[in-house]
Design a binder for this molecule. Structure first.
Ligand SMILES: Nc1ncnc2c1ncn2[C@@H]1O[C@H](COP(=O)(O)OP(=O)(O)OP(=O)(O)O)[C@@H](O)[C@H]1O
Length: 655
């Protein structure tokens, strides 16, 4: 048998007292089985062969009832313990998985299919149930019951004991052979299920696009194909399981038959065994085999569970860091705490990660996560491994304390000797050192694909530089409390994400703490949402997002700005929409942004000439390099490619 997934072992180690109790119950169960069989054999012997008076049978019958009650209680007890073990383990594993997803760097969390992740967290964890509720209790029963029965049979009539000893191994041999195949199949089944869930969710989310391109039917066929794959994988597991059961029943029946034949021969021909002893053994034999057989059935579910667990473990260890320990600790610390080395710097080194897409909105998503992810005190006090890499000349925080970020004044930002590549041979951004003073307004400009968004993500702390680091007020980002930075910034993407909930809920998630109704209202008005809210019958309580009213691109932008207004960030990161908004919306947005950025550092991926002209400094990127930096007029004079871009843009912008 291969090494057990570490998740399982971690859970078992945490459940040692329950395992001891299960062992004790198994021992009592074994004794009850022996007692029950002995009493039945004695009662039948006395009633039919000895022709005893009914009154004489009352005492053994009463004892028999008591023994049966003990047996039932043992089974009930071990069932309850198994279920409790399973429930606790599933909670801990699921918490660890959710915590892992919540604390992942944003770029990593956008990697992979959402449907597949949901399937692992929900279905694969559920599938783990039978390992604890069936396999572990049956394992312990088998460790105590069959050996006990065998000792008793040997003591009463050793030839029967020998037959049982020789035939018993056939059952585990079958189950090991079949179980190994089941585990492989079960892993395949989960791959199929994950593929199916991913394809299904993807198709549902993109249904409008698929319909517009006339591809809905093809996607339907794709879903049919992957659902058939899942069905076939499930059926092949069931086929193995049924064949397994049939073979085991056959082996058990044959073995009991051989024991019975031998006993009949000794009793009737040789007359060397009494009826009571033979009947006693014949009662014990099926109990002996069924205990081993039950393990076989539990073994099958156990293997399926292990296959499922491997998927959960893969999810937990997707970034190569040991999350298993956190499962064991999750009972101690149920709070979903971000780990220090999960902050942007130091994570995903060299991995080709997806860039943060437009749907990710910082200062919003981060707050949404932090609503459920309260960092534990221990995490705040630990300094991550690999912190301060390349930070030779800067002040380093003390090894045991995290710095707090001033919440009132805008900070100084510095990308120090920063380089980021999406992977070996992929696009690489290498901008060296860029320092942005408090309150400075910087525009990132350049041709499409030059690395503007990548640079913005480096400034936001969303992408960890491969080399160099992001410094806030002279200290590396990892020196600060995990959430402090994200509470200080607002990132308005081109297509802000609207969560399912009311407009008020959607604005409130931008707030650093609780936002009052009045503050939400003020933020909505400041962002130019006042008229829309007034026109809606339910005002701020109108449902938006997937299950509510749709919002236009401009309204989404204003919603994102309203989130920023309740936050009043020290750093405003803004990815300007490339698509043109109508003049009125544009003016509303510009006014709101000007007001927001008056007391903040602002970095904008700029597409509009008036943003570029108004910037204190322009960073002009070309193929991942900083080709020039300065004010608009300065770059016009010194950088021909910039002048050319402005000339082309002026044609379409009219600014
Ligand atoms: N996950 C990724 N893996 C590999 N390459 C990527 C990834 N994301 C982006 N790139 C590449 O990195 C380069 C820079 O992308 P980026 O989005 O930063 O450019 P940009 O200047 O913002 O472009 P645009 O103005 O068109 O939005 C592009 O060539 C892009 O194809």
């Amino acid at each position: 048998m291969k090494r057990k997934p570490r998740l399982w072992s971690a859970q078992l180690a945490a459940a040692r007292p329950s395992l001891l109790l299960l062992g004790l119950l198994a021992l009592v169960l074994g004794a009850a089985i022996v007692g029950q069989s002995a009493l039945i054999a004695a009662i039948v012997d006395q009633a039919f062969l000895e022709r005893a008076q009914p009154a004489a049978l009352l005492a053994p019958l009463g004892t028999l009832l008591a023994v049966i009650a003990v047996r039932v209680l043992c089974l009930y007890g071990s069932g309850r313990i198994g279920l409790t073990l399973a429930a606790r383990a599933k909670t801990a594993i699921r918490q660890a998985a959710i915590r892992k997803l919540a604390r992942d760097p944003m770029a990593a969390s956008l990697r992979g299919e959402t449907g597949a992740k949901v399937s692992v967290v929900m279905d694969a964890v559920d599938e783990g149930d039978s390992y604890y509720s069936q396999y572990i209790p049956r394992m312990l029963e088998t460790a105590f019951v069959p050996p006990l029965l065998l000792i008793v049979v040997f003591a009463v009539h050793w030839p029967s004991g020998l037959i049982m000893l020789l035939t018993a191994p056939f059952i585990p041999i079958f189950m090991i052979l079949v179980g190994l195949r089941t585990k492989r199949k079960s892993e395949e089944k989960f791959e199929e299920l994950a593929a199916f869930s991913g394809a299904f969710l993807g198709a549902l989310q993109g249904l409008t696009t698929l319909k517009l391109y006339g591809k809905a039917e093809r996607q339907e066929q794709e879903i049919e194909r992957s659902s058939n794959g899942f069905r076939e994988a499930t059926m092949s597991i069931l086929r193995i399981a049924f064949t397994n059961t049939l073979m085991m029943e056959l082996v058990v029946m044959l073995s009991i038959g051989v024991v019975a034949l031998e006993l009949a021969f000794r009793m009737l021909i040789q007359q060397s065994v009494s009826f009571e002893a033979a009947f006693f053994i014949l009662l014990l034999a099926p109990e002996f085999y069924s205990a081993i057989k039950n393990l076989g059935t539990a073994f099958h579910s156990g293997r399926t569970s292990l296959g499922a667990l491997k998927k959960v473990e893969e999810l937990l260890e997707a970034d190569g860091r040991g999350a298993v320990e956190s499962v064991a600790s999750s009972r101690r610390d149920a709070a979903m705490a971000p780990r220090p080395d999960d902050t942007a710097q130091g994570a995903n080194r060299g991995a080709a990660v997806e860039p943060v897409q437009d749907s990710a909105e910082l200062g919003t998503a981060a707050n949404a996560v932090s609503a459920v992810a309260a960092p534990s005190a221990a995490d705040k006090l630990t300094v991550p491994q690999g912190a301060n890499r390349g930070a030779d000349a800067v002040a380093k925080p003390s090894a045991s304390r995290k710095l707090t970020l001033p919440q009132d004044a805008p900070p100084t930002l510095e990308l120090y000797e920063a380089r980021y590549a999406y992977g070996p041979g992929a696009f690489a951004l290498d901008v060296g050192t860029v320092r942005i003073a408090p309150g400075e307004h910087v525009a990132i400009v350049g041709p499409s694909g030059a690395g503007k968004t990548t640079l913005l993500h480096l400034f936001a702390g969303l992408l960890p530089p491969d080399r160099g680091e992001l410094r806030i007020d002279g200290h590396p980002l990892v020196a600060y409390e995990a959430d402090a930075w994200y509470r200080r910034i607002s990132y308005i993407t081109q297509h802000p994400y609207v969560f399912t909930g009311t407009i008020a809920d959607n604005i409130a998630i931008g707030a650093r703490g609780e936002a009052s109704r009045a503050a939400i209202r003020r933020a909505a008005e400041a962002a130019g949402l006042g008229t829309l809210v007034d026109e809606l019958p339910q005002g701020l309580d109108t449902a938006v997002g997937e299950s509510g009213r749709g919002l236009s691109g401009g309204e989404r932008q204003r919603l994102a700005l309203a989130r920023a207004f309740v936050n009043r960030p020290g750093v405003l990161l803004f990815d300007e929409p490339t698509a043109s908004l109508d003049l009125h919306t544009e003016q509303v947005l510009q006014r709101a942004i000007a007001e927001l950025s008056a007391r903040a550092t602002m970095i904008t991926v700029a597409h509009r000439l008036h943003t570029i002209r108004a910037a204190d400094r322009i960073l002009y990127l070309e193929e991942g390099r900083l080709a020039g930096s300065g004010r608009h007029e300065e770059l016009l004079r010194t950088l021909p490619s910039y002048a050319e871009m402005v000339r082309l843009q002026a044609g379409g912008d009219g600014a």
